[in-house]
Design a binder for this molecule. Structure first.
Ligand code: SF4
Length: 63
């Protein structure tokens, strides 16, 4: 199973994830990433968002 992780301490608020998949990612008032679902399906768009993140805040763990 693939699990998306978002490290809010590492996020720099670039917003690439939200632009790539606004169904899964949002930003709080400080621009820091928020996941709209607790355990979203890791599909191609989510993987594209992880690849687009410039800070390395997003990762996918494959169990
Ligand atoms: S793309 Fe990365 S750095 Fe930018 S808001 Fe999303 S998680 Fe944060």
């Amino acid at each position: 199973m693939s699990e998306l992780r978002a490290d809010r301490g590492t996020c720099i608020g670039a917003g690439m994830c939200v632009m790539t998949d606004s169904a899964v990612f949002d930003q709080d008032g400080d621009g820091i990433v928020v996941l709209l679902e607790e355990d979203p399906e890791v599909d191609e768009k989510v993987r594209a968002a992880v690849d687009a993140c410039p800070s390395g805040a997003l990762s996918i763990s494959e169990d």
